[in-house]
Design a binder for this molecule. Structure first.
Ligand code: SF4
Ligand code: SF4
Length: 363
C-alpha cells in the first residue's frame, strides 16, 4: 500500500475536513463522493464522505461533508463538518440566506462560485477570515459544456495546495467516463478550467463580519402571528425567498411580446406572476405586470409554455440590478431597500409588500 499524503493541516483530532454548500441540481453530492474516493484512492488517506439533503428536490439546500486522516489512523467520526478546512460554496445566493459561512476560521480556504472578482466578493459578503478563492463556475461550465460540480472540483483541488490536477482528472474519467463517455471531454475541460481560473482575494482583508450575514430576517411571535397561526397567503409567504434555488438562470419578461394569455401563471408553481385588471387591445382583461423574483426558483417552466417568447431564458448574473420592468415603479424605494438586503433579489412587488403589511414586518 502506498504512503499516505501528508495533510498540510488538521484539527485537534487529526482530521482534515471539507464542507460543500450547494443546492440540489448543481452536483455537490457527487462532488463530495468523488472527493471521498480521491482521498482514499489517490491520496491513500482514510476517507469518509456523506451528504445531507432534505427532499432531494431540485433547488433545495444540500451539504456534502468529507473527512480525511492519515492511513494509520482510524476514522470513525460521522458527524457533520462544522469547522471546515475547505468550504466550497457552489451557489453565491446561499450566503446570507442560509448560514453557509458558519465555522469559517483563519485555517479555512473558502472557494466561492461567483462572477465577482475575489476582493469584491469578500467585501460584499463580509468574508474576513481564511483564504477566499473565487471563480465564475457557472459561466465556465456553460462554455465547456461541463457540469458546475466538475469546475468546482478543479477549483477545490487547486485551492487545497496538495490535490494534484491529475488526480482530479483521473477521478473525473473514472466517475463520468464509464457511465457517460460522450460527456467526458467536456467535463475534463471543466475540471482543468476550474483549476486554472481560480483567483484569490488579498490576504489582508479588513472587513467586519456581519452577525446576521447581512440579511434581513423575520421574527414570528405572539405579536405578529396571524390569528390561529394560519398562513393567510397560501403558496406565498413572506419568508419563502426562493432566489437561492435558482441555478443561474431567470425567466426574463419582454412585456411588448405578451398577449396576457395567462399560461405562464398556470404553469408557475410559485405564484410569481403579477396579474391585475387592465386593458389589452381595447378590451378589459387581466394583464401580466411582470414577475416577483422573490418567489421565483428559476425552473423555467413559464419560458417553455409562453407562446410568444414574452418570457425568455437569461443569465441571472447579467441582471444584478433592478431591471426596468419592475411591475410597480411606486415601490421603487422599497425595492431598492430589499435589493440591497441580499444577493439576487432585486425586485419586489405588491405581493411582497402586502405580506410585509399583513404578516408582521421586517426586523
Ligand atoms: S405565457 Fe407569455 S404571453 Fe402568456 S401571459 Fe405569460 S408571458 Fe404573456
Ligand atoms: S421560472 Fe417561471 S415557472 Fe419557474 S418559478 Fe420562476 S416564474 Fe415560476
Amino acid at each position: 500500500m502506498s504512503k499516505s499524503t501528508i495533510l498540510p493541516v488538521t484539527n485537534e483530532h487529526g482530521y482534515y475536513e471539507i464542507r460543500l454548500e450547494s443546492i440540489g441540481g448543481l452536483g455537490a453530492n457527487l462532488c463530495g463522493k468523488m472527493l471521498g474516493e480521491l482521498g482514499a484512492l489517490s491520496l491513500s488517506l482514510n476517507s469518509l464522505s456523506f451528504s445531507s439533503y432534505g427532499s432531494e428536490k431540485r433547488g433545495s439546500p444540500v451539504k456534502a461533508y468529507i473527512r480525511w486522516c492519515a492511513g494509520d489512523k482510524p476514522l470513525r467520526v460521522n458527524s457533520p463538518v462544522t469547522h471546515p478546512h475547505i468550504l466550497g460554496i457552489f451557489h453565491e445566493g446561499l450566503i446570507g440566506t442560509y448560514p453557509v459561512l458558519d465555522g469559517v476560521s483563519t485555517d479555512t480556504k473558502v472557494i466561492l462560485n461567483t462572477p465577482l472578482p475575489a476582493d469584491e466578493a469578500a467585501a460584499k459578503h463580509h468574508i474576513s477570515l481564511g483564504e477566499l478563492y473565487c471563480l465564475d463556475a457557472l459561466s465556465i461550465a456553460m462554455e465547456c459544456h461541463s457540469r458546475v460540480n466538475m469546475v468546482m472540483l478543479g477549483a477545490i483541488a487547486k485551492a487545497s495546495g496538495f490535490i494534484p490536477l491529475d488526480a482530479a482528472l483521473q477521478l473525473c474519467r473514472d466517475s463520468i467516463g464509464k457511465k457517460y463517455p460522450a460527456l467526458i471531454d467536456a467535463n475534463l475541460k471543466g475540471v482543468e478550467q476550474g483549476y486554472s481560473l481560480l483567483t484569490k482575494a488579498e490576504e489582508d482583508r479588513n472587513i467586519e463580519p456581519l452577525p446576521t450575514g447581512g440579511r434581513e430576517h423575520f421574527v414570528w411571535g405572539y405579536d405578529n402571528a396571524p390569528i390561529g397561526g394560519i398562513n393567510p397567503r397560501i403558496g406565498s409567504t413572506v419568508s419563502n425567498d426562493l432566489s437561492p434555488s435558482r441555478e443561474g438562470y431567470i425567466p426574463l419578461f419582454r412585456k411588448e411580446n405578451c398577449i396576457h394569455c395567462g399560461l405562464c401563471d398556470s404553469a408557475c408553481p410559485d405564484m410569481v406572476f403579477q396579474f391585475a385588471p387592465g386593458e389589452y387591445k381595447g378590451k378589459e382583461c387581466m394583464v401580466n405586470l411582470g414577475l416577483d423574483y422573490y418567489h421565483c426558483k428559476g425552473c423555467l417552466r413559464c419560458v417553455e409554455v409562453c407562446p410568444t417568447n414574452a418570457l425568455v431564458t437569461a443569465l441571472e448574473k447579467d441582471y444584478p440590478e433592478k431591471p426596468d420592468f419592475l411591475p410597480n415603479q411606486e415601490m421603487l424605494p422599497d425595492a431598492i431597500a430589499y435589493q440591497t438586503a441580499g444577493p439576487n433579489s432585486w425586485i419586489t412587488s405588491d405581493s411582497y409588500m402586502d405580506e410585509k403589511r399583513v404578516d408582521g414586518g421586517v426586523v
